[in-house]
Design a protein around this ligand. Structure first.
Ligand code: ADP
Length: 246
């Protein structure tokens, strides 16, 4: 299976400080991956590079079957090519219903003209309902989003990203601030989402990562320190020293 995203030998410095140091990373088209590492390890900068927000000083970032050079694409083009990113804080429209938030995301996916001349169709309604089902909010469709719990808002935002049909979804600390039940649901949701697309989850919570049950990449000082199953990486003496043993 060839990679969907292939990052090779990437480095980035901020004022002479190497935040990312010769980092290489690959993910397949239907793979779930957890990226962990202590504060300052380079996780956010890594995601910034993939989305085009930060440009590396060296290295390559290739995308898709045609190995397109992501470093030559604008942030907007990278998003159009199928890279979606979910930030830590949910940014749903609180005064709109769950249904309308999902519908809006669906319309946005089709570009400005479509938004302007939009005519709601039964197919769109069905797609919104399917998305709500996927994120576990089928029974909340007509609630105002502001009334949802923190966890439900996070799922809604994931649903809004899924509406845009990303091929790679980058998710930043999805479990932060969630109850245990919400975490469990989030695990299921992300595992399900990764059946048909690549999903990278940046997370601090080791128990959550364990439940994801996927390959783990440990970053430290801007490089990959270890990679493998959660059991493999948590038994790695270097990982224990820099991350778990602190
Ligand atoms: P993480 O997300 O793993 O906590 P970051 O990617 O945010 O790590 O940061 C990696 C390192 O790069 C840190 O030491 C951070 O202080 C530094 N850094 C990140 N962004 C900038 C920036 N814009 N300017 C200067 N230093 C930065």
């Amino acid at each position: 299976m060839s990679a969907l995203l292939e990052v090779s030998g990437v480095s980035v410095s901020f004022d002479g400080f190497k935040a990312i140091n010769n980092l290489s990373f690959q993910i397949g088209p239907a793979e779930l991956r957890a990226v962990i590492g202590p504060n300052g390890a380079g996780k956010t900068t890594f995601m910034d590079i993939v989305t085009g927000k930060t440009r590396p000083d060296e290295g390559s970032v290739l995308w898709g079957e045609k190995s397109q050079n992501l470093l030559k694409m604008s942030e907007a083009r990278i998003a159009q090519a199928g890279v979606g990113r979910k930030f830590q804080r949910p940014t749903v429209f609180e005064d709109q219903s769950v249904f309308d938030n999902l519908l809006m995301a669906l319309k946005n996916e089709r570009g400005p003209l479509e938004v302007l001349f939009y005519k709601r169709s039964r197919a769109d309604d069905a797609r919104v309902e399917a998305l709500a089902e996927e994120i576990g909010l089928a029974d909340q469709l007509h609630r105002t989003s502001g009334e949802l719990s923190h966890g439900q808002k996070q799922w809604l935002e994931i649903g809004m990203l899924l509406a845009q049909e990303p091929r790679l979804l980058l998710v930043d600390e999805p479990a932060a601030g969630m109850t245990l039940a919400e975490r469990e649901h989030t695990t299921d949701l992300l595992r399900e989402a990764a059946k048909t697309r690549a999903v990278v989850v940046v997370e601090h919570d080791m128990e959550f990562v364990r439940r994801l049950g996927c390959k783990v990449t440990v970053l430290h000082e801007g490089s990959v320190l270890a990679e493998g199953s959660i059991d493999h990486v948590t038994q790695d003496p270097q990982v224990i020293e820099v991350y778990l043993g602190r």
